[in-house]
Ligand binder design. Structure first.
Ligand code: C2E
Ligand code: MG
Ligand code: MG
Ligand code: MG
Length: 277
């Protein structure tokens, strides 16, 4: 265990390690401030029907401009939000904000919100969801919660109860980054998931790796049988889109169709797509 000296340094640690710990502490401090001072923003990335090109909705993605450091990638700060428990209030803010902004979109469009496994296991998630729906007026079926396979890793009565409560509220549930964890398609059926988001690593390897393409094909086919929607993540070029179309994948997301963008820009994008071609 590290012991802090009066000078603020650490005994028993190499200089590199104590620098890391110091940076981590500063990041944690800045994250607490970020929440208190409302420095977080959401970008939205379009989810698109491959057949019609219509935007089915947008995924809310957390953005943080850290003062003096610039934009911080979520993969870097979300783990720390989880470790500190800050993910609970920040996650509630994400739900509130995403629902409020999505309530102004056309009624056929839904909003997808990422829910961390930590946030899922802590009490209060269902209340936060209900609160966000109530204050925004967004109909429950237009909110989709994205959870990852690690939620199902603990197949406890609590996990099942939370999923059932969310279902009763009427929100949709999507499995994010499918294929990177351990859950099976029968599991997703058992828990009545609405959507499977096939992880972008499969889309990226698809062209060179026949196995990756076989996985996509299998997931698309079984999802059709089970009545679960399939979306492919990380579509970056027209070749990938074409293969996915051939495989019968109905929905896509990726830089080819639109990068994550600020809410005003997202509103303008769907306003344009709404006009008949
Ligand atoms: P995710 O939920 O799988 O979100 C998709 C990520 O893929 C986003 O990264 C998006 O910018 C990126 N992406 C989209 N299209 C493409 C593409 O064509 N190519 C490539 N290379 N990447 C693409 P981002 O915004 O950096 O977010 C990373 C992760 O952080 C998210 O992965 C999600 O797990 C987490 N995250 C983001 N916002 C939130 C949030 O509000 N709450 C929670 N709990 N997690 C969040
Ligand atoms: Mg996601
Ligand atoms: Mg994903
Ligand atoms: Mg991801």
């Amino acid at each position: 265990q590290a012991k802090q000296s009066r000078a603020g340094g650490y005994h028993f640690h190499s200089p590199a390690l104590s620098r890391k710990l110091r940076e981590r502490r500063l990041l944690e401090q800045d994250l607490r401030q970020a929440h208190a001072q409302q420095q977080f923003r959401l970008d939205y990335q379009p989810l698109v029907y491959l057949g019609s090109g219509q935007v089915s909705g947008g995924e809310a993605l957390l953005r943080w401009h850290r003062p003096g450091h610039g934009n911080m990638p979520p993969d870097l700060f979300i783990p720390l939000l989880e470790e500190t428990g800050l993910i609970v209030p920040v996650g509630a803010w994400v739900l509130e904000t995403a629902c409020r902004e999505a309530a102004r979109w056309p009624a056929r469009m839904s909003v997808a919100v990422n829910v961390s496994t930590i946030q899922f296991r802590k009490p209060g998630l269902c209340e936060a969801v209900e609160g966000a729906l109530r204050s925004s007026g967004l109909p429950a079926h237009r909110l989709e919660l994205e959870i990852t396979e690690s939620v199902l890793l603990h197949d406890t009565p609590e996990t099942l109860a939370t999923l059932q409560r969310l279902r009763k509220i009427g929100v949709r549930i999507a499995m994010d980054d499918f294929g990177t964890g351990y859950s099976s398609l029968s599991y997703l059926h058992h828990f009545a998931f609405d959507k499977i988001k096939i992880d972008r690593s499969f889309v990226q390897r698809m062209a060179q790796d026949p196995n990756a393409k076989a996985v996509i094909r299998a997931v698309v086919n079984i999802s059709q049988t089970l009545g679960i929607r399939a979306l492919a993540e990380g579509v970056e070029n027209a070749e990938q889109a074409e293969v996915l179309r051939q495989e019968g994948c109905a929905e896509v997301q990726g830089y080819l169709f639109g990068r994550p963008m600020p809410p005003e820009q997202f509103a303008a994008l769907h306003a344009r797509l709404r006009r008949p071609a």
